[in-house]
Design a binder for this molecule. Structure first.
Ligand code: SF4
Length: 688
């Protein structure tokens, strides 16, 4: 039967729905389509042939092996059996998901380990379930996908402001409901109440059907049971659990995951598979980074007025005075340290903390205990807000946690700075050395890290802080190399210095893009280095490219998806995007959906205090020059390879990429690129 999907958010709807169960939109027949947001986004590959009987070299591989799959499985198996991490770059078409699962399962079944498969997107975790289902045809195996509470809570979904609730608030709201349910009191959660009675049925459903995350949520809801809590209960029974990155990167969520898997005291019992591993380090840095903005501080100070009495945080120091002086300290440091027209000053010392301590005559442990009092007051205030039905965390509590993080971020692992924007000054702590995840990864005996763009592999291991003796392996794509052509031109660049020097550079770049787009009748993707570059060139391109044009919208994912769907449905359109964005990475464009890519500039990260600090850190650790390579060159190359990688997704795809930047000459070998002075002519001939 054909599924029905909400036109607004593209979620799957049960039959005869009056309201979208995901976004809460009211539905009439015109609001329902038979296409989900992910439909058509997956590759339409040739079906792979299932094996008739078990392959003794790869007992968990359900397909006839192709290319170097048996080598990959054997290499992974050997590394895991030796208790080592294995770091793999393997080209498109090598079947990364199936080979890592096949090898991982062989090791995990033998050793009694649980596989935790880290994915970046829901479609990747759905792919894990599809492959497990195929494996189940030849071997007993089970798997489950986990998503956050905000995707799976049927009780609160559809209520006012649901989409803007923070995970923390939703967790508190849920906890309150569950505690009432457990006490048998009124006002509990009816979906939680049914877990015990439904657990066997849902277990059987998952074991037999390998549902995607969406399918499992719908099944649970149909049976009146909470999908999120059910998955928590079930996960220890399954061989493979697919989870988003944050389940490992956040220390709190990770410890819950380990407890739910019964691995709390036994991290060695986990076999980790990291999909799209080139994203892991940045995701880990982002996880630990934070800001304290002016609005939050102001709101917390205002909130003090709503509290009874004038509570003190230390000796005679009131909460309001303490937070008020925190705000003054930020402002004073800004006045003293920021020069005219400067937007940022790196704080190499604990200026803010010192000011607070001097003002109130505190020692550092006094400051810490005062901040703990702020958190206590904040928590009490949050309880009142929740009881009142405000469904939000107190600003005092949020600020208290961030002040605590700020004090503990005074280390080489963070770049702490004071920044100013149109809303005023704020504090920023950017993590440059994600020690948390390194520590965890080094505590487990082996994991599989894989990606299509991970070279240089030793750099990945170093940046991640992996100790021991990881195994490095590179496997080429099995697709015919002649199906792909990468060219570059040497008479333009997006280098800022050159663009400032040469007033005609922007126009020459625009002219190149328009000429190339108009030279072939093929679906074309144009990748820019940033949204601001794309915006700058948009007016010219809109009037000079004679095609249907589609744009990635920087803060509007839904609109981007609609534009993308329209682009994919046609065969002679141009989609304008940025490198490193959701379109340039992780999306498949098989066959004629994409044939031509134009890369405008080399996507070196923009200079920033974090970049400089990271570069200096790697220079110091690994030798002069390594910092630039690790923090600028390698990320830029990965982004270009990801963008070029969109062209060839199946064995019959043909595609060409043209890089509009003379600096590509430095990366001829890594990109397999050739110089041309007639890219439009070359493109016409390639596609003729
Ligand atoms: Fe929502 Fe489940 Fe919590 Fe009930 S138990 S509030 S359905 S997450």
């Amino acid at each position: 039967m054909m599924g029905m999907f909400c036109r607004k958010c593209k979620s799957l709807m049960p039959p005869n729905s009056k309201r979208c169960i995901a976004c809460g939109a009211t539905l009439n027949p015109n609001d329902i389509s038979n296409q989900s947001s992910l439909d058509g986004l997956g590759p339409k590959r040739k079906p792979v042939e299932l094996v008739a009987e078990e392959n003794k070299d790869a007992p968990y591989l359900p397909y006839k092996p192709r290319g170097c799959q048996l080598d990959i499985i054997s290499d992974i198996r050997m590394a895991l059996d030796e208790g080592r991490h294995i770091i793999i770059e393997s080209g498109t078409g090598t079947g990364k998901t199936i080979v890592s699962l096949s090898a991982g399962l062989e090791h995990a079944k033998k050793t009694g380990k649980k596989i935790v498969y880290l994915t970046r997107t829901i479609s990747q975790s759905n792919q894990v379930m599809r492959e497990l289902k195929a494996i189940s045809k030849i071997k007993p195996v089970s798997g489950l996908t986990i998503t956050g509470r905000n995707k799976s809570c049927p009780l609160f979904r559809g209520t006012k402001d649901y989409e803007s609730l923070s995970p923390k608030v939703l967790s508190m709201m849920c906890e309150e409901k569950r505690s009432k349910s457990m006490k048998g009191a009124a006002g509990g959660c009816r979906y939680f109440d049914r877990i015990k009675t439904e657990v066997d049925d849902v277990t059987n459903y998952v074991m037999n059907n390998f549902p995607t995350s969406d399918e499992l949520d719908r099944y649970c809801e149909k049976n009146g049971v909470c999908p999120y809590e059910m998955k928590k209960q079930l996960m220890k029974k399954f061989d493979v659990v697919a989870v988003p990155y944050v389940h490992i990167l956040s220390a709190d969520i990770r410890s819950n995951l380990m407890a739910n898997l019964d691995l709390e005291d036994n991290p060695e019992g986990m076999l980790l598979i990291v999909d799209e591993a080139h994203n892991l380090v940045d995701a880990a840095r982002d996880q630990e980074s934070f800001i304290i903005n002016r609005d939050l501080v102001d709101n917390a100070i205002d909130e003090c007025s709503t509290m009874k009495g004038d509570p003190t945080v230390w000796m005679e120091v009131t909460l309001k005075d303490f937070l008020g002086y925190f705000k003054n300290s930020i402002r004073n440091v800004a006045t003293e340290k920021l020069g005219l027209n400067e937007k940022e000053v790196v704080l190499t010392d604990d200026y803010i903390e010192q000011r607070m301590m001097t003002k109130f005559g505190m020692k550092s442990q006094d400051l810490e205990s005062a901040i703990e009092r702020v958190i206590d007051f904040g928590e009490a205030r949050t309880e009142i807000l929740m009881e009142r039905g405000d469904n939000r965390v107190s600003d005092i509590q949020s600020l208290g946690f961030l002040m605590r993080d700020w004090c503990s971020s005074a280390s080489d692992r963070f770049v702490r700075s004071l920044k100013v924007d149109q809303d005023g000054e704020y504090l920023s702590a950017k993590c440059i050395d994600p020690y948390e995840i390194s520590f965890f990864l080094n505590s487990i005996p082996g994991a599989i890290h894989m990606s299509g763009t991970l070279q240089p592999l030793d750099q990945y291991a170093r940046v991640l802080g992996l100790k021991g003796n990881p195994r490095f392996r590179i496997y080429p794509s099995p697709f015919p190399p002649e199906n792909r052509s990468v060219l570059y031109v040497n008479d333009v660049t997006t280098q800022q210095k050159e663009m400032q020097k040469d007033g005609s550079m922007q126009h020459r770049l625009e002219n190149y893009i328009a000429m190339l787009c108009n030279s072939v009748q093929k679906n074309t993707l144009v990748f820019f280095t940033s949204y601001s570059f794309m915006r700058m060139m948009r007016p010219y391109l809109e009037t000079h490219v004679n095609k249907s044009l589609y744009w990635e919208e920087s803060r509007n994912q839904r609109k981007t998806m609609e534009n993308l769907a329209a682009f994919r449905n046609g065969r002679d359109g141009v989609f304008f995007s940025v490198m490193g964005g959701s379109v340039a990475e992780g999306m498949d464009f098989p066959g004629d959906e994409l044939c031509f890519a134009i890369i405008v500039g080399i996507p070196y990260p923009p200079p920033s205090s974090e970049q400089r600090a990271m570069s200096a850190m790697f220079d110091q650790r690994y030798g002069a020059g390594k910092g630039w390579i690790y923090t600028s060159e390698v990320p830029a190359l990965r982004k270009m390879k990801q963008a070029i990688g969109r062209l060839i997704r199946t064995e019959t795809d043909r595609g060409m990429a043209v890089i509009l930047d003379n600096r590509a000459s430095r990366y001829v070998k890594q990109l397999d690129a050739k110089l041309t002075d007639d890219p439009a002519g070359e493109a016409t001939r390639f596609f003729r």
